[in-house]
Ligand binder design. Sequence first.
Ligand code: NAI
Length: 510
Amino acid sequence: MNTALASSSIVGVVGSGAMGSGIAQVAAAAGHPVRLYDTRPEAVEKAIAGIRKTFGMLAEKGRMTAEAADAAGQRLSVADSLAGFADAGLVIEAIVENLDVKRRLFADLEGIVGDDCILATNTSSISVTALAANLRLSGRFAGMHFFNPVPLMALVEVISGLATDPQVAQTIYATASAWGKSPVYARSTPGFIVNRVARPYYAEALRLLNEQAGEPATIDAILREAGGFRMGPFELMDLIGHDVNFAVTQSVFQAYFNDPRFTPSLVQQELVNGGFLGRKSGRGFYRYGDDSTPPAPHTEAQADAPQQVTVKSSGLVAEAIASRAASAGVAVTRVLGSQEDDALLKCGGAVLYLTDGRSATQRAADNGLANTVLLDLALDYTKATRAALCPADQCTPEAYRAVVGLLQVCGFKVSRLGDVPGMAVMRTVAMLANEAADAVNQGVCDAAAADTAMLKGVNYPRGPLAWADTIGLHYLMRVLGNLGRSYGEDRYRISPLILRKVWNGSTFHG
Ligand code: NAI
């Protein structure tokens, strides 16, 4: 039975910066007396004043009663030294990201708190096992990894190191739930869940740029308006800061002993070397400032709408386009059982396929069909506002324009991508799912936790493993296999768990 810490139990927070003050706010709102300590006393004063102001604003907006806001504010107090945590039930550390400094802190805390006090770290990148190594009671130690900004982001990764007592992890999990969060269990491994599984979101975009598949604004628009992601990868990296994002990628790469899955990008290294750190330095992939206008994504000029389209598949993708085309007055003919290798539809002499990880040019050559056009993955083809296309080198401009016209009359803005294997959304989602599958395969977390982590920690529009189920694991295997053959890189090796599920006919969320 998972029992949360009693709300009367004192919560200590060490470090009153961005994360510590957010954690203190959430714990106080949930009813705990909260004590904050920081080596800079002014940071604690500032944090408490800031949290009380936030409670006041929440009361003004009617999200809390004035009494509740006042009471929550009163539950916050200053600890002048670590001795102020002597009677705490839980102490959460959110100080500088340094193994030795954190170890020293926990060693000091063990000399002060009672034996039943749980000690937790908010570290993003340091091994929970390593942090606990020299503790007298290492079983009481676990990771409680919040996301920034803490009051708004629901995810808490509850991280068990080798020594963590399962009961302690369960108490932290139940406590995070009681605080209104969505906790997930994870085993202490580099990047835990989110910072590991999210790497391809940045890495594949950087590779697409490096291979000149499109400009950042175009790839961002495709990931947002077709993929359904809240922010495109380039605008997101600019927001995070390239120094921070590059450092996380490097640390995960090194922590996995240079696994090519996590190879950092020369494109991003150049930005860091040049001081183009993103929003905070005024320039990253984009320029920021009053006089800068954001670049527009590449969008195809209006093409003539075709009168007729022949739909060759009864799958969800073809059905969605057929229904949008029919609503726009295009005559839809259905000819199933096509000879042309699972084509979606035929229009004006061109054949449209969903990308399967081969380039358009290769697919045209493999099929002996010059007028081949590929379509990228979308989250929901019935609602997407943008579609990415790529014609084979062999395709005639007229045939390509017929497909552009068809998708435009269906209500899509159309972006043309350079002919890279797997296009943008398919390649990104395939690699996110592959990484999530490997995390599950290696016992870091279960499939539900992997999806919850990406939904609640980085606001993905769908969990990567649920998305893998939607694409179909057989199709996902084909995409990853083709990516691997296209590049000859171990980076695209298929997770054994995806292969196993293809062979045993199961899904991630069966
Ligand atoms: P921050 O720099 O805003 O705050 C850290 C605070 O800790 C400062 O006020 C500093 O004076 C204090 N401090 C440093 N050493 C101390 C010590 N030995 N004893 C007491 N106080 C000390 O940093 P932030 O962003 O709040 O991060 C804190 C921790 O949370 C780090 O471990 C970081 O990896 C982790 N984290 C950060 C996230 C983020 O997005 N910023 C997300 C998730 C985790």
